[in-house]
Design a binder for this molecule. Structure first.
Ligand code: NBP
Length: 472
């Protein structure tokens, strides 16, 4: 009998938790997983819940009320296409497929056109919040036709995280807009994580104990930097390994992994000529961290200064706080600039203030600070760059001396702070009335007759100089 309100394919970490979340809101959920033993185990583990375990896609499709609402939560890439291909012959006109994985937005656009051609409806939804978010309430970024969003809205709004009573889900825009925004969200997440790690690294080099560092992050979580990532950093630093009794963080190998959304963000920024230097630094920091063997060898060959930090601890904590806060603002300014640029290019009609508001809960970058971003775009929807909002402008002005001192101190002590310094470099470049690109233009004209504009002539008039011949 067709009795399920919602169906989900892919019972790994995210799928299982999303199913439990949807079911807990009063919906009957039908589930299917390629490895059917996983389905059996999952359903058996949750007796008494309104779950229907199915052994084949035919049985799964047959168990759903029409129009069917089927969410796919499988590994991004080929597996999503494989599942869609198997589903198409089993579905009826106007059934809805939702891809809730971390799909590349261009794949989502392709699938949107493909499924529309089959008379089916498609939503590409970014889901953030990891396992816990999926279970208790994620931030959801759905993209697709507004009419399809209206059908999905009651379920999505009921399962999303809530902040001040507002669900952390909005219709982001058509086509690939939802997955695109989720991709940039992940890029911003990379930036936040790296900035926190750089703060930790400075404290470590300055001789702070892990307990002292945990206390700093716990305290920061009460102030301007309040966020999920600061909170879990404090908790992670507190965690002791039961065997040697040491902080677990100090036992973890310093090689970071990544699944691709950060790199996709960099590629997209390059394609659109948008600077996201903080996110860039964060992705590259993960890449360098993964080259552990090379780093260990180089540590014996390439020398730097002896670390000698004499700044009083309380003073250093305040300075690093300010460097982190300012860098974070720059990172968000860059990420939002990229979203704005792509939104305009694709005519997605994106609302940056509302996008920031759905990141306030459920997702990994949730933070008090996002309220300020929403306020900034509410008061000025045409804001050119977040740094120009009066609130953020003042924070950048108030924190910049400490920010500069931290970047200088780190660099004098040979402590890598690629994201702190990339953020500061962006700030200083963006606010520079005059950059040295005049000399660059001269070089280009010198070797390639690329021409240049002149300060003393109208814009749009191009000049070339007959540069002297170079004798080598
Ligand atoms: P995974 O990304 O690890 O995918 C595992 C699931 O994909 C299993 O159910 C597996 O079935 C299924 N699958 C694969 Br692999 N190939 C398949 C195929 N050809 N046909 C059918 N099913 C196939 O799961 P996840 O970590 O739960 O993530 C799901 C999606 O959500 C991904 O896109 C991920 O990037 C995204 N996401 C994850 C997180 C997170 O914190 N993990 C957060 C936000 C978003 P099997 O059991 O038969 O192997």
């Amino acid at each position: 009998m067709s009795q399920a309100d919602f169906g989900l394919i892919g019972l790994a970490v995210m799928g299982q938790n999303l199913v439990l979340n949807v079911e807990s809101r009063g919906f009957t959920v039908s589930v299917y997983n390629r490895t059917t033993a996983t389905t059996d185990e999952f359903v058996a583990k949750h007796p008494g819940k309104n779950l229907i375990g199915t052994q084949s896609l035919e049985e799964f499709v047959g168990s759903l009320k029409r129009p069917r609402k089927i969410q796919i939560m499988v590994k991004a890439g080929g597996p999503v296409d494989a599942v869609i291909e198997q589903l198409i012959p089993l579905l009826d006109q106007d059934d809805i497929i939702i891809d809730g994985g971390n799909s590349l937005y261009t794949d989502t656009e392709r699938r949107d056109a493909w499924l529309a051609g089959q008379g089916l409806r498609f939503i590409g939804a970014g889901v953030s919040g990891g396992e816990e978010g999926a279970r208790k309430g994620p931030s959801i970024m759905p993209g697709g036709p507004a009419s399809t969003w209206e059908v999905m809205k009651p379920i999505f709004e009921s399962i999303a995280a809530k902040v001040d009573g507002e669900p952390c889900v909005i219709h982001i825009g058509p086509g690939g807009a939802g997955h695109y925004v989720k991709m940039i969200h992940n890029g911003i997440e990379y930036g936040d994580m790296q900035l926190i790690c750089e703060a930790y690294n400075i404290f470590k080099h300055a001789g702070f104990t892990t307990e002292e560092m945990a206390a700093i992050f716990n305290e920061w979580n009460e102030g301007d930097l309040q966020s999920y990532l600061i909170q879990i950093t404090g908790k992670a630093l507190e965690q002791k390994d039961p065997e040697p009794g040491q902080p677990i963080v100090e036992l973890i190998v310093d090689k970071a992994g990544q699944k691709g959304t950060g790199q996709w963000t960099l590629l997209n920024a390059a394609e659109n000529a948008v600077v996201i230097s903080t996110i860039n630094a964060a992705v590259e920091a993960r890449i360098l961290s993964s080259q552990k063997a090379q780093r260990v060898a180089a540590s014996q060959e390439l020398h730097g200064p002896t670390v000698a930090i004499s700044t009083a601890k309380a003073e250093l904590v305040k300075k690093v706080h300010d460097a982190l806060y300012a860098s974070k603002i720059v990172s968000y300014a860059q990420g939002l600039d990229l979203i704005k640029t792509m939104g305009e290019k694709k005519s997605w009609g994106l609302d940056l203030g509302r996008i920031a508001s759905i990141w306030r809960g459920g997702c990994i970058i949730r933070a008090r600070f996002l309220n300020r971003i929403t306020d900034a775009y509410r008061s000025n929807p045409a804001l050119v760059n977040l740094m120009l909002d009066p609130f953020f402008k003042k924070v950048l002005s108030d924190t910049q001396q400490n920010w500069r001192e931290v970047v200088a101190l780190a660099s004098l002590n040979g402590i890598p702070v690629p994201a702190f310094s990339a953020s500061l470099g962006y700030y200083d470049s963006y606010r520079a009335e005059r950059l040295p690109a005049n000399l660059l233009q001269a070089q280009r004209d010198f070797f390639g007759a690329h021409t240049y504009e002149r300060l003393d002539k109208p814009a749009g008039e191009f000049f070339h100089t007959d540069w002297p011949e170079v004798i080598e």
